[in-house]
Design a protein around this ligand. Structure first.
Ligand code: P53
Length: 476
C-alpha cells in the first residue's frame, strides 16, 4: 500500500524563473523576459499592455533570476541531497534558437542543457523536461504575432527535433507546453500573444486559433519524440483545479461543469486526439472560425500523449448567482471565493482534498497515468541570520496534499507516476514577478528588486522532504 516503488519524487523549476543570464552565450530575448515586477505586470501578462522590449523605469526580475545558469551544479547537488528521483525543469527556446528561425542551433545553449542533464545523471536524477514553459522567442512574437500564426509550428518542430535528437538517451520524460490552457487567460505570458489592440470577440478568435496551433505543434512534438526514441514518454500539462458548484442549485452545478470543460478542452485534444463536440459547438454558436489545415485532424488523432500531467494549487468555484461576488485574489484563474477554505498570503485557497478530487476526475476522464508536476505554497519566509527558515506552514501544506495523493492511490486505485513540488528552490514568481513569494525547500538570498547575495540555504522543510522521499511517502 502507499506510493509504488519507483515513484518519482522531486521538484520543479522553469528556465525563465530560475536561470537568469538572459543575454549570456548567445541567448535571445523571449516574451517571459519582458514581464516587469510591479503594478503593470498584470496588464502585460494578460496581453493588454504592449511591452516588446525592456523599458526604462521597470525592473525585470527574470533577467538575472536566481542565476541558476551559473549555479546549477550547486543546486543539483542540493536536490541530490534531498534524494530527488526526478527534477522537472525547462529548456529556454531562445538558448537553442535565439530568434527562433535560425538555420542552425546555438551550440552553447545545447551544451548547457547537456551539462545539466549529465549533472542530474551523476546523481541518478531523472530529468523531466518542459519544452516550452510559457516562452516564445520575441523575434517570432514581433514577426508573426507568436502562436496566432501557423508559421510558429514549423519553427517549434525544428526546435523539438533539435533537442530531442541531442538529448536522446539523457532525457526520457517530456512535457510540451506548460499549462497550455493559460493561453485563454493570460495570452502574453502563456504564449506571447498580445491582444491589446483587439475587440473581445477578435481576441477570442485569436486565442482559439493560437491554441489550435499549439495543439497541432503538441501532436507534432509527440510524433517526433516517439520517432526519435520509442522510450520517450510525453505528457500534456494542464493548469488543474476543479470548479466546485457554489451550492447544490443545479444552475451552479452546470456553470461549474461548463467552466471545467474550458480547461479539459486542451487535455481532451491531447489525450483523445480530437476536438470535443462541445468545443466545436461553441465555435459554431459563437462564430469562432478556427482554421484546420489538411492533415491536422489525422496528426492530432495519431499522436496523443502518454501520460496526464498537471499543476494543482487550488480548486475553483462556479456559481450562476451574480449576487455572490466575492472573488479569490492573486491568481490569473478567476474564481468565486470558497467559504470553507483558508487562503495563502497571496489569496490562493488551500484545498488538499481538491488534490484527490482532481486526480479522480482526470483519471476517470482519460484512464492514463497521472503525474503531479506542480504543487506548493507561495509564502513570505523570514530567515534567521543563517538563512534558516522554520517553514512549518509549508510542511503542513505539503503533508496534507501528499496524504491525499496517497489516498487517491490506495483508496481510488489511481496510477500516479510522480510528484514534483513547485519551486523546490526559491525562484521568481510567474504571476507577480516577486522573489518574496517563495515555494522552496532551499532559501535564496534575493529580494523583489534583485538585491541579495544569491546564497542558498536549507529551510526546515528540506529535512522534512528528505525523509518523505527516503521513506517513499510513509513518513509525512
Ligand atoms: P506563481 C498562476 C499564475 C501564474 C502562473 O505561480 C501559474 C499559475 C497557477 O496555475 O502557473 C504555474 O509563481 C506556473 C509556474 C508558476 C507557478 O504556477 O505566480 O507553471 O511557472 O511559478 C506558481 O506563484
Amino acid at each position: 500500500m502507499g506510493f509504488p516503488k519507483g515513484f518519482l519524487w522531486g521538484g520543479a523549476t522553469a528556465a525563465n524563473q530560475y536561470e537568469g543570464a538572459y543575454n549570456v552565450d548567445g541567448r535571445g530575448l523571449s516574451n517571459v523576459d519582458l514581464l516587469p515586477v510591479g503594478e503593470d505586470r498584470r496588464a502585460v501578462v494578460f496581453g493588454e499592455k504592449k511591452m516588446f522590449d525592456f523599458e526604462d523605469g521597470y525592473f525585470y526580475p527574470a533577467q538575472n533570476a536566481i542565476d541558476g545558469y551559473h549555479r546549477y551544479k550547486e543546486d543539483i547537488a542540493l536536490f541530490a541531497e534531498l534524494g530527488f528521483k526526478t527534477y522537472r525543469m525547462s529548456i529556454a527556446w531562445t538558448r537553442i534558437f535565439p530568434n527562433g528561425d535560425e538555420p542552425e542551433p546555438n551550440e552553447k545553449g545545447l551544451q548547457y542543457y547537456e551539462d545539466v542533464f549529465n549533472e542530474c545523471k551523476k546523481y541518478g536524477i531523472e530529468p523531466l523536461v518542459t519544452i516550452s514553459h510559457f516562452d516564445t522567442p520575441m523575434y517570432l512574437v514581433e514577426k508573426y504575432g507568436s502562436w496566432r500564426s501557423r508559421e510558429m509550428i514549423g519553427y517549434f518542430e525544428k526546435y523539438c527535433r533539435t533537442i530531442l535528437t541531442r538529448y536522446k538517451g539523457l532525457v526520457k520524460y517530456w512535457l510540451v507546453f506548460n499549462e497550455i490552457n493559460m493561453i485563454l487567460h493570460a495570452p502574453f505570458m502563456g504564449a506571447g500573444v498580445y491582444v491589446g489592440d483587439l475587440t473581445e470577440k477578435e481576441a477570442t478568435q485569436v486565442k482559439y486559433q493560437a491554441a489550435h496551433h499549439e495543439l497541432v505543434a503538441n501532436a507534432s512534438a509527440v510524433k517526433i519524440a516517439h520517432e526519435i526514441d520509442p522510450e520517450n514518454q510525453v505528457g500534456c500539462m494542464l493548469a488543474g483545479g476543479k470548479h466546485y458548484p457554489y451550492s447544490c442549485n443545479p444552475k451552479d452545478v452546470l456553470v461549474s461543469q461548463l467552466r471545467d470543460r474550458e480547461d479539459y478542452f486542451f487535455s481532451d485534444v491531447q489525450a483523445r486526439g480530437e476536438y470535443p463536440t462541445f468545443m466545436l459547438k461553441k465555435f459554431e454558436n459563437e462564430g469562432i472560425n478556427v482554421i484546420f489545415e489538411e492533415g491536422d485532424k489525422e496528426l492530432l488523432k495519431e499522436n496523443t500523449i502518454d501520460f496526464i500531467s498537471f499543476s494543482y494549487y487550488m480548486s475553483r468555484v462556479g456559481t450562476a448567482d451574480p449576487e455572490i461576488a466575492e472573488r479569490t485574489t492573486g491568481n490569473v484563474f478567476d474564481s468565486v471565493k470558497n467559504p470553507y477554505l483558508p487562503s495563502s498570503e497571496w489569496g490562493w485557497q488551500i484545498d488538499p482534498l481538491g488534490m484527490r478530487i482532481i486526480l479522480i476526475e482526470l483519471y476517470d476522464r482519460y484512464q492514463k497515468p497521472l503525474f503531479i508536476v506542480e504543487n506548493g505554497l507561495g509564502a513570505m519566509d523570514i530567515p534567521d541570520e543563517n538563512g534558516y527558515v522554520e517553514d512549518d506552514y509549508r510542511i503542513e501544506y505539503m503533508a496534507d496534499h501528499i496524504k491525499e495523493i496517497r489516498d487517491a492511490i490506495d483508496l481510488d486505485g489511481i496510477p500516479v507516476l510522480g510528484y514534483t513540488m513547485w519551486g523546490c528552490i526559491d525562484i521568481v514568481s510567474a504571476g507577480t514577478g516577486e522573489m518574496k513569494k517563495r515555494y522552496g525547500f532551499i532559501y535564496v538570498d534575493r529580494d523583489n528588486l534583485g538585491n541579495g547575495t544569491l546564497k542558498r540555504s536549507k529551510k526546515k522543510s528540506f529535512d522534512w522532504y528528505k525523509k518523505v522521499i527516503e521513506s517513499n511517502g510513509e513518513i509525512l
